[in-house]
Structures are given as C-alpha cells and as structure tokens.
Design a protein around this ligand. Structure first.
Ligand code: ADP
Ligand code: ZN
Length: 222
C-alpha cells in the first residue's frame, strides 16, 4: 500500500500519519522531518534548508526528489509507505511517478478556524518529532514528550508570519495536485474537525475500511 497524504499545512496530516503508520505497519515518511534532520548537520546545505524552512518557503525540488528517491529504496518500504508532505509541486509529482506508483491519495480537510488553531497550538518533540497540541492533543506531562521524555517546543515556522506564507504557497503550488490525483481516480476526501484524541479509533476504522475497498467514500469523520 503506497499512500500519499495531501492537505493544507496544519490540517493534521502528520498526526493522522502517525496514527495510520502504526495501524498499517508501514513507515511514515515525512519530508518535513527528513529536511529537519538535514538541518541538524553542520553543513552549508543544512543551513540553507533551515533558512528556507523557517521562513515558510519551499525547499528545492532537486533536494526533495533526491531525499525521497533514497528513502523509498530502504528495506522497510518494501510493503509500502505513507508519504506526508511530498509531493508539494507539480514537478515533484511528475518525478515521483517516475520513481514509484501510488495506490491511494488521501486529501485531508478541516475548517479554516480549525487549521489556524492546529497550527498555532502545535508543539513537537525536539528529539523524536512526535506531534502534540497545547489544548487538543496534550502530552501527559506538560511540555514533555509521551514517547521519549524529551522537551516539546513550537516550530519556528509555526509562528504567524511563516504560517501565512506557508498557506499562500500551499494554495498556489500544492492545491492543484488535488485535481491531478482526482483525474487519475486515486483521490478520497477526509474531513476531520474534531481533535484526534476524541476520534482516533474511528479515524483508523474508516481509513482501513476504505483501503480494504469496503467503501468508496470517507467524507467527514465525526
Ligand atoms: P506542514 O505540513 O505543517 O507545512 P512539514 O513538516 O510537512 O509541515 O513541512 C515543513 C517545511 O518543510 C515546509 O514549510 C517546507 O519548507 C519544507 N518542505 C517539506 N516538504 C517539502 C516539499 N515536498 N517540497 C518543498 N519543501 C518541503
Ligand atoms: Zn519524543
């Protein structure tokens, strides 16, 4: 199963990917996380990537395509994967098609107010990158990661100026991919406005039953 998660920044696709990766036992490939790893390296390229990301811009297609090409060759991707955050441009989508086929594209949606709330309240683990939320999906101990015990923080690009830029770029460059995958018959829409903590099991159930071919629509999960 080769899944692609689409949706606006802040829609929660990273969080849903964290849930589905466990339920289906296929790896979660977040290009945001792969890039943040690159920024940890003390290289000129790492610094350049960090600057682009902090401002909310897009990192170059060449870098992304190379990262994905390498990652999907890893052994754990043999039975499939979840791509979260890639492709984000038409050029990336065309290059992905040269590398591998995709079986399903899940387009996540939420109301605008919910998206803004999710972005401004998001806190992530500095070490393992697990995503939490200040009010919706709180860690058990304030500011500490449930999984590894490290400290949580707000991402630099979740601050208001960068958020505005990310939403604008999403509309211009990434949103057109929805029609692209729809025309290939791969797309399904999923709307989730409730916090994941309230509907986690339902989300898993609905997505699983869609992937197993038991339903041909998902719609809003309430
Ligand atoms: P979100 O989905 O909330 O925007 P991500 O962690 O997916 O967060 O991405 C963070 C940043 O990483 C993006 O704003 C961008 O700078 C960079 N990035 C991630 N994926 C890509 C991509 N496919 N193409 C270009 N830049 C990317
Ligand atoms: Zn952690």
């Amino acid at each position: 199963m080769k899944l692609l998660f689409l949706g606006s920044p802040g829609v929660g696709k990273g969080t849903y990917a964290q849930v589905i990766t466990e339920a289906l036992n296929i790896p979660h490939i977040s290009t945001g996380d792969l890039l943040r790893n690159e920024t940890q390296k003390d290289t000129g390229l790492g610094k350049k990537i960090e600057e682009t990301m902090n401002q909310g811009g897009l990192v170059s297609d060449e870098i992304l395509i190379q990262l994905i090409k390498t990652r999907i060759k890893d052994k754990d991707c043999e039975n499939g994967f979840i791509l979260d955050g890639f492709p984000r441009t038409k050029n990336q989508a065309e290059n992905l098609e040269k590398l591998t086929g995709i079986t399903h594209v899940l387009n996540f949606k939420a109301n605008d107010e919910v998206i803004i709330e999710r972005l401004s309240g998001r806190i992530v683990c500095k070490k393992c990158k697990t995503i939490f939320h200040k009010t919706g999906n709180k860690p058990k101990i304030e500011n500490i990661c449930d999984k590894c015990g490290s400290e949580l923080h707000q991402r630099e690009d979740d601050k208001p100026d960068s958020v505005k830029k990310r939403l604008k770029i999403y509309k211009e460059k990434t949103e057109p991919l929805i029609a692209h995958y729809d025309s290939k018959g791969l797309l399904v829409e999923i709307t989730i406005n409730k916090p994941i903590s309230e509907i986690r099991d339902k989300v898993i159930l609905k997505i699983k039953s869609y992937l197993e071919g038991k339903t041909d629509k998902i719609g809003e999960i309430k």
